[in-house]
Design a binder for this molecule. Structure first.
Ligand code: DC
Length: 209
């Protein structure tokens, strides 16, 4: 079973994907990390973030380098990832690895922006997770504060709105729900409620299959 979870930053898609993976005993790939790692490799090599040729080379060389997940999850890395993720050549360079991950015999759970539309258009289950920008900013602020990072709500909200705009407006695999995705709005849901709802969506898809 392939489960595709898409949605904007801090919508809860990562946690939902992780929990579904445990529940169904499937491997999980957070595809945002690939874009974050590409941006980190580029910056680590001292290259300009907007240098598309260097970004493509960084994406192709990803497997060769080890990255620190805590560093990749920092706020500024999300912003940098969103820049390289708008480059068609970078997306293409990362596509095969994502599809290979999804092709594992038992299936997999992948979360990102274009899993249901581009990476796994034939996924068994597609969930598009949303939440209001203010709810997402509050969650992100809390998460950063818990990690000991500075968490200014206004800056985080502005960052989320900027990233939404960039991820949705780009021409290469923009953030949008697949036509056959089930929408899950988590604005007023606790994480437990959101996971339970996602599980109901998976179970309903299994009954239909
Ligand atoms: O989910 P995240 O915040 O870790 O993602 C970081 C950036 O990577 C996000 O702004 C857009 C990009 N991304 C993408 O374009 N496609 C994906 N499948 C996953 C992430």
């Amino acid at each position: 079973m392939i489960i595709a979870i898409d949605g904007p930053a801090a919508s809860g898609k990562g946690t939902i994907a992780q929990r579904l993976a445990v529940r169904y005993g499937l491997p999980h790939l957070d595809t945002g990390l690939l874009y974050r790692a590409t941006a980190a490799a580029l910056m680590g090599a001292g290259r300009d973030l907007y240098d598309e040729r260097a970004a493509i080379a960084a994406a192709r060389g990803l497997g060769l380098t080890e990255f620190d997940e805590t560093m990749l999850r920092r706020r500024e890395m999300g912003e940098a990832a969103s820049v390289v993720a708008a480059m068609p050549g970078v997306r293409e360079a990362l596509l095969e690895a994502q599809r290979a991950f999804a092709a594992r015999p038992a299936g997999a759970v992948l979360d990102g922006r274009d899993i249901g539309t581009v990476v796994c258009p034939r996924a068994d289950v597609k969930i598009f997770v949303t939440a209001s920008a203010s709810a997402r900013a509050q969650r992100r602020a809390l998460e950063l504060a818990q990690r000991g990072e500075r968490a200014d709500y206004g800056a985080i909200l502005a960052d989320i709105e900027k990233r939404d705009a960039r991820d949705s407006a780009r021409s290469a695999a923009p953030l949008r729900a697949a036509e056959d995705a089930v929408r899950l709005d988590t604005t007023h849901l606790s994480i437990e409620e959101a996971v339970a709802e996602a599980q109901r969506i998976v179970e309903a898809a299994r009954v239909r299959a």
